[in-house]
Design a protein around this ligand. Structure first.
Ligand code: ADP
Length: 377
């Protein structure tokens, strides 16, 4: 078995992994639920003295968990590298090898006490944005996701971890019905968004995807200007009352994505000309622009360097003040840094779910412990 993707980089200030890719699609057409195909002309940039808020990074307060607070955070609450919570500092006991050592108090659950299909931990949360019950996904004959039940809480980050092929991306795609577009894929079970069945035949899938935005592994800006990348979704969803309003949405979205200062003078330049990290923040701005409730992220940092990864992680922490975020990551350190709840998947089963600190320091299922201690990956 492979070691976890993290194992070589644990003792750096930032551990950033390039976890091997999942099977998640990267089709631009699906990002933010908008299509890349468009006849819209490139954006003109914001008017001078435009209607947008004053330039500057988002003032959304960072809301790191207590263990993530850093004395050297700036006034925005950002940590700029002088102190980044390492896995060990957020509860993980990292060995020099980078492998983790969990200290389980009491007997671990295993397949005898919790057979396949039974999840250890509390799958329910109060007032969930998503409630998923007995969700199965089949790709032809393959049963890829087995009776998964879990809620997604508001204004918090849910991390999904587990070995490659365990069904993380498959589950993520259930939440905005992206599996619908995979030939041969079949989804059963119940998924409600704000209490309403997302598979209800009266639901418009484009509306669902606007409410449940997605950020992919590889940044996938449209081949358009920076402005148009962000403006496209609000325009097709009729969210702007006019040009000034659209300018405002573009400006605000870029600010929330922490990109405004870097691009405000070149909004008509191509989005594809930005660096990888900037492109990913542009994709996040594009997602935010349609005012989603939930942001799905499928290994959003796996194509990024450590500095760009750090920015995205800081951003995730800021964004959760406003959105529910579900992130698939191969990096346990990343899961520990950015999430409040963690779900561990194994061969299509949701094995365990719980508060992130507890899952990493005191897993209840043997399979979870095996994974986080690096016994398999
Ligand atoms: P993970 O994200 O945890 O790496 P995936 O959700 O991508 O796992 O895959 C779960 C299982 O479903 C794997 O066995 C994978 O091969 C299979 N699978 C994923 N996508 C497809 C697809 N489009 N067609 C057929 N099988 C798929």
């Amino acid at each position: 078995m492979n070691q976890p993707a993290d194992s070589s980089v644990q003792d750096q200030r930032r551990s950033n992994t390039t976890g091997s890719g999942s099977a998640a699609g990267n089709a631009p057409a699906s990002g933010s639920g908008v299509s890349a195909a468009s006849g819209h002309s490139p954006g003109q940039g914001l008017e001078p003295g435009g209607s947008g808020p004053a330039a500057g990074a988002s003032s959304t307060p960072a809301a790191h968990p207590a263990s993530h607070h850093a004395a050297d955070s700036d006034h925005h609450g950002h940590n700029h590298g002088a102190f980044r919570p390492r896995g060990g500092e957020s509860g993980l006991n990292l060995k020099p090898s980078g492998r983790t050592h969990a200290s389980s108090a009491g007997a671990l659950e295993d397949r005898s006490t919790h057979p396949a299909g039974q999840t250890v931990g509390n799958v329910a949360v109060e007032n969930p944005v998503f409630s998923c019950r007995d969700v199965n996904v089949y790709y032809g004959q393959k049963h890829a996701l087995k009776k998964v039940s879990i809620d997604v809480g508001r204004k918090q980050v849910l991390a999904m971890i587990g070995p490659s092929g365990c069904g993380k991306s498959t589950f993520l795609r259930c939440l905005n019905r992206m599996n619908d577009s995979i030939a041969g894929a079949r989804v059963t079970g119940h998924i409600t968004l704000d209490g309403v069945d997302i598979h209800d035949k009266h639901r418009d899938v484009n509306q669902i995807r606007a409410r449940v935005g997605m950020v992919f592994q590889k940044p996938n800006p449209f081949p358009k200007s920076i402005y148009e990348n962000v403006a496209y979704g609000p325009r097709i969803h009729g969210l702007a009352r006019g040009r000034a309003d659209l300018d405002d949405i573009v400006c605000t979205s870029l600010q929330k994505a922490g990109l405004w200062d870097e691009v405000k003078d070149r909004l008509s330049a191509p989005g594809t000309g930005l660096s990888g990290g900037q492109q990913q923040r542009l994709c996040i701005a594009r997602t935010i622009a349609v005012q989603p409730e939930v942001i799905l992220m499928d290994e959003p940092c796996s194509a990024l360097d450590p500095i760009a990864t750090a920015r995205i992680e800081d951003l995730i922490d800021e964004l959760r003040a406003q959105f529910a975020i579900v992130i698939v990551t191969h990096s346990m350190q990343q899961a520990a840094r950015v999430s409040q709840r963690t779900a561990y998947f194994h061969m299509g089963d949701l094995i365990e779910v719980g508060e992130t600190d507890k899952v990493f320091t005191n897993p209840r299922h043997r399979l979870t412990e095996d994974y986080i201690t690096g016994r398999f990956g």
